[in-house]
Design a protein. Sequence first.
Lengths: 313, 96
Amino acid sequence: MTSEAVKESILEADFDAIVAAGDRVEPRDWMPEGYRKTLVRQIAQHAHSEIIGMQPEGNWITRAPSLRRKAILLAKVQDEAGHGLYLYSACETLGVSRDELTRLLIAGKQKYSSIFNYPTLSYADVGTIGWLVDGAAICNQVPLCRTSFGPYGRAMIRICKEESFHQRQGYELLMTMMRGTDEQRAMVQESVDRFWWPALMMFGPPDEESPNTAQSMAWGIKRNTNDDLRQRFVDMTVPQAEALGVTLPDPDLRWNDERGHHDFGQPDWDEFMQVVKGNGPCNAQRLVHRRRAHEDGAWVREAATAFAAKASA
Amino acid sequence: MSAEVEWPLYEVFVRGKRGLNHVHVGSLHAADDAMAVRHARDVYTRRNEGVSIWVVRADAITASSPDEKDPLFDPSGDKVYRHPTFYEIPDNVPHM
């Protein structure tokens, strides 16, 4: 072995020991290139999801039914922006720049969660997104608080603290509608019917079709498989749906005493692949909007830069 | 559109409440120091997380390198006599 190769194998052994001990890897530590790349892809995708995720709900801010709901929705959408920023800053510790991440998102070269490519057609969707979409996000994110990369885990802890507000405001909104008129109850059921399957897709493809999972788990980036988390979400959600008085649109959904879990049907994975590839109902609209917001903000960034340069001259 | 220069990166430290140290909470971009404080308030203290904020340009921080970890921190490992538990005191001696 060359001395470089020896050095690298020592560094790799140190890295493996840190991960094996359940300890955290920090930005300036040596890490395998694959680990860095996987993290950049995952954290960027996560950050982009928070930023794009502002759009479906932001759609309803000007039409909130009361000042109370408007204040809540504004706070929630502002949180999504904040979550995006925590995650971008975690991602930047891996040596990518914010500009590069924004550029890759706008160019469609990095992904965001497919759930945000579905439209929000009624105000009930604001509630359903809080309950089901943020509920699914919480299932995904709680284990990520223990992810092996320090900055990512710390961002997740911050985010999880705030997600609970998101889920509860959504559920409370739906409870309020369920106490209303028949028409309002029908709106809630219709919304749940549309979002149930896309929410299940948020956990990603089934384990046997998720080639990166094993490596990500070996590195301690992921702590649970997609199917495990999906099962956990279904088990958590069924009693919540009962309490709310809505039906989850899955004829195969039933308790399995033997397994101690609910059995449930599979989402339409062809639809999932189509949405991931960019052919969902709102993919184009989401990216156009994000690009326009970025370009429309250019003069503000330039003016602030010019002001800072003048002030420090 | 002119080629944009990215705003500098700032590290953010927040004092959670009186009596506690400022603690590092993350980073953000801002055009200047004053904007960095404003952004830090919006990004990191939306729920009473702090009573005071420090921001510092990331490029102004000097940090120890992971490579120096052993020479820097190992020497304290064998100085067990720096810890109170190194000294044996009889049980009947109070308040020690």
